[in-house]
Design a protein. Structure first.
Length: 309
């Protein structure tokens, strides 16, 4: 009889722990959905503790640093394949079957409704449009406490207040300040506005971000949040996107500066390296040709920095 009571007590404890685990999992899903962060393939990763599963990112970073030539060849091959598919295809670009082909939604696509951005302000006339990603490009955010966060944001989710701990990528302030004098800056994030907007209020200390676009402005393509530059209402040929996720610029790889993912490496120098490149690009006539040199430019900058130490 005593054994039966003990067994029943153990079973009740297990049920209670199971219920707590389910509650924790549901809470984790709710918080993980607030911030869109991606793995090396550009797909969303569920993070139960708000931290990053960095193994895929380490693989991507290693590949980018060790084989820049292969990266450039892969990029050129993708562009050539897209161009050939467009020229050899009679697809309409808008039916459901054609939506599975990213080339159909490239620079030739024309917006079929209101654009994502209002008309360009007179002060911005003549400037190229610089589209910046937020998470893992300018900042890294976590629901788990991190040492020395730059910001701690309270965010309400399903009636509960959660704290988001934010690290700024080294060089972010100078990057925004200097490029804000040369470009029309748009922050385009796949994260939710309830998290991203208050963060941008803090991040934009120099008031240089002209527009903010959030998850609802993304195009959902095969499970990825894609940032379709052709819907912005700006000349795609004068638009640049800086993003750590290849899926984000799936429709316009020729317009992309592919940066490595920032997690918590405070010795990261990529924004410092990218800054002079983008300053020069602001006045470049052949933007696409110049963008293709970015991987080698970064490799050269990294080599110079290594030699300096």
């Amino acid at each position: 009889m005593r054994r039966e009571v003990e067994d029943n007590s153990d079973a009740m404890d297990m049920d209670a722990r199971s219920g707590q685990n389910q509650d924790q999992q549901q809470s984790a899903i709710a918080t993980a959905g607030l911030i869109t962060q991606t793995d090396a393939s550009g797909r969303s990763m569920a993070r139960s503790d708000g931290s990053s599963a960095i193994t895929p990112d380490e693989m991507l970073r290693s590949a980018r640093m060790s084989d820049r030539i292969a990266l450039e060849h892969a990029r050129n091959a993708q562009l050539q394949a897209n161009q050939e598919a467009v020229s050899n295809s009679s697809c309409c670009g808008f039916c459901m079957s054609c939506l599975d082909i990213c080339c159909c939604l490239g620079p030739s696509r024309k917006p079929q409704g209101p654009t994502l951005l209002p008309p360009q302000l007179p002060a911005m006339k003549g400037r190229k449009c610089l589209v910046l990603d937020l998470d893992e490009t300018l900042v890294h955010s976590s629901f788990a406490p991190v040492p020395n966060p730059d910001y701690v944001l309270p965010v309400e989710i399903e009636g509960n207040v959660h704290h988001v701990y934010v690290l700024k990528r080294p060089g972010t302030d100078e990057f925004l300040q200097r490029l804000g004098k040369l470009y029309e800056i748009v922050v385009f994030t796949a994260s939710l506005a309830k998290y991203a907007s208050p963060l941008l209020d803090l991040l934009d200390s120099h008031n240089v971000i002209e527009h903010r676009l959030f998850r609802e402005a993304c195009t959902n393509h095969q499970g990825n949040y894609v940032k379709d530059l052709s819907l912005l209402g700006r000349d795609v040929k004068s638009t640049i996107i800086v993003d750590n996720s290849p899926a984000s610029y799936l429709f316009h790889p020729e317009n992309a500066i592919a940066v490595s993912s920032f997690i918590d490496d405070m010795s990261d120098r990529e924004l410092y390296y990218a800054l002079p490149f983008l300053e020069e690009l602001a006045s470049a006539h052949d933007m696409t040709a110049r963008l293709r040199t970015y991987p080698q430019f970064i490799a050269d900058q990294a080599a110079l920095n290594k030699d300096a130490f």
